[in-house]
Design a binder for this molecule. Structure first.
Ligand code: PMP
Length: 419
């Protein structure tokens, strides 16, 4: 196994040391094979909004499994989850289920190209949309951490159609659309960037993208694989009140099992096979176990109480980290939307990828390792988002902040060893 892992960021290359091998997890806590426990802010990189192994989700998966694990034929669970998604997202009239966020974005791009008969797409530097060839250009997440701005093996003939702009820069989008008139099929964006660390959209940014895309006849694709049902019921598009043409979902809608989706306006989704000519398929798509896990998760979120609780806990954590940094005299910017947050080791707020890359990754490395040592598991890279679950209670937050204070003191006085 390359790096000993199934996905690169898990190998801890950016922070040194050995990756933690998981034995089991429950609620906000993950336990390793060596007998250590950690308060977990990785949460499988976002899906586990109810924490690890919530009773309702485990029960739903078991119930579904007893009825068969995959059929290659339709099940009503598909319709149930589709109806919930359509009711939650006003921009989405129809959905197609796939297995991963990568498949969702790859398919949405294909659909946008099919719908517009145009080839070019616009993406933001530092946004990560999975590892499909066309989108693996100046991508965030593991691609940033490992210093691979784009990957060998991706033909230039493919990325030649991918136009790059900085996040939060409307002028750049306007210029690119202007100089590629009638050629841009779509702009794809994480409405809340999460794969360069958490970077919220500047006020007016998403509305500006909406009107620019309309003016130039390009589709607007929100990649809400991370933000969808995470920051609010219905995701970032509901939080900010902007309707994209197409939406990509993943993570939370699968409740920790492999499920993702793309969806959007009726006239666009009608182009997808078998109703239309745009081909896209999947042996395990709409898998009943994944649908059952997703449904149980969304049902637990539907009344909104979980989001209120997550907001309160996440705000308290963010404020606690910011206060601890001020006390220690370490420049930190805690950036947060709902239960997505990143403390950047930076002197000024981070609004785009170039600024994110100026963060002090050496300070982050020490921070990470002190937290790990004190039983707090955060993503092993400065350029990732921390997630909270409804199981992160006051005791978990207090323990986290105690570890954070210690880590920040160590950054201030690196020669001082343990307590
Ligand atoms: N889009 C976004 C915004 C993501 O955060 C991710 C995964 N981190 C993906 C797409 C790709 O999803 P997957 O890893 O399920 O292929």
């Amino acid at each position: 196994m390359p790096g000993g892992v199934s996905s690169p960021v898990r190998a801890f290359q950016a922070v040194g040391g050995q990756p933690v091998f998981v034995k089991q997890a429950q609620g906000a806590t993950v336990s390793d094979l060596d007998g250590n426990s950690y308060i977990d802010y990785i949460l499988s990189y976002g899906p586990l909004i109810l924490g690890h192994a919530p009773d309702a989700v485990v029960a739903a998966i078991s119930k579904a499994a007893r009825k068969g694990t995959s059929f290659g034929m339709p099940v009503t669970l598909e319709a149930e989850l589709a109806e919930l998604i359509v009711s939650a997202l006003p921009s989405v009239q129809r959905v197609r289920f796939v297995n991963s966020g990568t498949e969702a974005t790859m398919s949405a791009i294909r659909l946008a190209r099919a719908a517009t008969s145009r080839s070019k797409i616009i993406k933001c530097t530092g946004c990560y949309h999975g590892h499909t060839d066309a989108l693996l250009v100046q991508a965030g997440s593991g691609a940033t951490t490992l210093g691979v701005p784009s990957s060998p093996g991706v033909p230039e003939s493919i990325t030649a159609h991918t136009l790059l702009v900085p996040f939060n820069d409307l002028d750049a989008v306007a210029q690119v659309l202007e100089s590629n008139r009638n050629q841009v099929a779509a702009m794809i964006v994480e409405p809340i960037a999460g794969n360069m660390g958490t970077v919220p959209p500047a006020p007016g940014y998403l509305a500006g993208l909406r009107s620019l895309c309309d003016r130039f006849g390009a589709l607007l694709i929100f990649d809400e694989v991370m933000s969808g049902f995470r920051v609010a019921w219905g995701g970032a598009q509901n939080l900010y009140g902007i309707k994209p043409d197409l939406t990509c979902l993943g993570k939370v809608i699968g409740g920790g099992l492999p499920c993702a989706a793309y969806g959007g306006r009726d006239d666009l989704m009608k182009l997808v096979a078998p109703e239309g000519p745009m081909y896209q398929a999947g042996t395990l798509s709409g898998n009943p176990l994944a649908l059952a896990a997703g449904l149980a998760t969304l049902e637990a979120l539907q009344d909104g109480a979980a989001y209120a609780q997550l907001e309160q806990a996440s705000a308290a954590l963010a404020q606690g980290i910011q206060a601890a940094a001020a006390e220690a005299g370490v420049p930190v910017q805690v950036q947060r939307v709902g239960s997505m947050l990143t403390p950047f080791f930076a002197a000024a707020p981070v609004t785009n990828y170039a600024q994110a890359l100026h963060s002090d990754t050496q300070a982050f490395k020490l921070f990470f390792n002190v937290l790990l040592d004190r039983g707090v598991m955060i993503p092993p890279s400065q350029f990732e988002t921390w997630f909270l679950s409804t199981r992160h209670d006051q005791a978990a937050l207090d323990a986290t902040l105690a570890a954070v204070r210690e880590a920040l003191q160590r950054i201030k006085n690196p020669n001082q060893t343990s307590r």
